[in-house]
Design a protein. Structure first.
Length: 244
């Protein structure tokens, strides 16, 4: 029943899908989930060889590699899917969307330790994004295409870039995994350049104000000098008259 629910969820969210039956028979993302249900069962019952055999068979057939130890919630939509890698201790919440070439990768070499990401509910991960290490991706967050995420992401955030930075928070009312708008994210490099430009403009204004103040002081000094020269000329003339 859970797999049928997943198929219906994919059909609802993919505008290219024509029917739930098409999703079940033809979609590699759904086939990968089907294989994962079986491999995960054997993995939980410590039949590791069979579990790995099924996951590798699924990888060859679909291009999607999901470790049997990964924990996946309901409604996962792996769109296209080729090149997706989901590691052993990865956890994915409900109603998430993952595009092709995404990696939920691990860091470190310690066995039986949390090495892979934890993804919350309603998260969209854009094409080519890499989420590495035991980081947590908050609910309703969007990971921009090509991003490299190395730190935790709070709920309701948009991150993008290499290394990924938060560029939007609480900016979307609808869960991004439902709208599939993974291209509408700001450019963090452009944002940083704009900040630099604003800083330069502020410094230019400050410098212009200093120049104007300096010119004013120079004008005052010239006036004082002129008055002094006039006074000296008057004193000189008076001295000459006294002498005569």
């Amino acid at each position: 029943m859970g797999l049928l629910k997943d198929a219906k969820s994919i059909y609802k969210r993919d505008p290219a899908a024509r029917s739930t039956l098409e999703v079940i028979l033809l979609y590699p993302g759904f086939k990968a989930l089907l294989y994962h249900r079986f491999s995960s069962f054997f993995y939980r019952h410590k039949m590791y060889f069979i579990a790995r055999y099924l996951s590798q068979r699924a990888s060859r057939k679909t291009g999607i590699e999901i470790h049997p130890g990964a924990k996946i919630g309901e409604g996962l939509f792996i769109d296209h899917g080729n090149g997706v890698v989901i590691g052993e201790t990865a956890e994915i919440g409900n109603n998430c969307t993952i595009y092709h070439q995404v990696t939920l990768g691990g860091t470190g070499t310690q066995k039986h330790k949390k090495r892979h990401p934890t993804v919350g509910d309603n998260v969209l991960i854009g094409a080519g994004a890499k989420i590495l290490g035991p980081v947590t991706i908050g609910n309703n967050s969007l990971i921009g295409a090509g991003s490299v995420v190395l730190n935790d992401v709070p709920d309701n955030c948009t991150v993008t870039g290499m290394k990924a930075r938060i560029v939007k928070m609480y900016g979307q009312k609808v869960a991004p995994s439902e709208t599939l708008e993974h291209t509408k994210v700001p450019d963090p490099i452009n944002q940083e350049l704009m900040k630099i430009m604003e800083t330069i403009k502020e410094r230019e204004k400050h410098l212009q104000a200093l120049i104007e103040e300096l010119n004013h002081k120079i004008s005052e000094l010239e006036c004082v000098k002129k008055k002094y020269e006039q006074k000296m000329e008057i004193d000189k003339n008076e001295d000459i008259q006294h002498t005569e």
